[in-house]
Design a protein around this ligand. Sequence first.
Ligand code: AP5
Ligand code: MG
Length: 210
Amino acid sequence: MKQVILLGAPGSGKGTQAKLMVSELNFNHLSTGDLLRAEVAKKSDLGNRISDLINSGALVDDDTVLELLRVNIDLANGQYIFDGFPRNIEQAKALDKEVLGSAESKALYFDLDLSIIKERIINRRSCRDCGNIYNLLISAPGKDGVCDSCGGEVYQRRDDNAEVVENRLNVFKSTIDPVLEYYRGKGILTSLDASLSPDDVSTQIHDILG
Ligand code: AP5
Ligand code: MG
């Protein structure tokens, strides 16, 4: 049984593929972005403290995110997808030391030209209730603003605008290399071509995970 870590730029398709992996391969999905946004929506103390950070595209501090991860995971419960975590080398090391321990894991890097990211992110819409992800250009909901899967409200994330995307990409570019180096050194990193269609990316994941 392998735990799977999804690495890639904002908008590279991690959440889209994680949803497919849950339904087709029986994974549990753990997205730190989704967990943090849920805290903001609840207006919890944590949510109020981090909402400006998230909306500006900056990272939340490592200890907060790690704690959130810890309380939402039970490795005895099966295979997990780590989506959006780790974001930097400190988180990568903490994930091994404090969460995964001796559990076998694999890291998948969603590789794509960053010039297409902006278009993807600005056209993303998400369901507030079930988290379904839409792209207005290739997979818009049948009825404007209404989720095809659950009938929930389809909305645009506050950090999905041209200015904040720029910040998110800069954060990504300044943190990703040591993370890739870390997993390459452990011999568990595989890159996939994330510029292909969602179906073709999914096929690559099935092939990699065997
Ligand atoms: P997070 O929620 O993790 O956002 P992100 O990393 O910026 O990634 P996204 O969710 O934007 O992209 P995705 O790769 O999931 O793409 P998706 O599948 O949706 O983090 C948000 C914020 O939370 C951070 O900025 C930070 O503040 C905080 N945070 C989270 N984790 C943290 C951590 N560990 N430490 C500290 N802070 C943390 O697809 C995008 C769009 O493209 C969609 O419209 C989709 O339909 C479309 N699409 C997907 N695949 C394809 C395809 N193959 N072809 C065409 N379109 C596609
Ligand atoms: Mg996502």
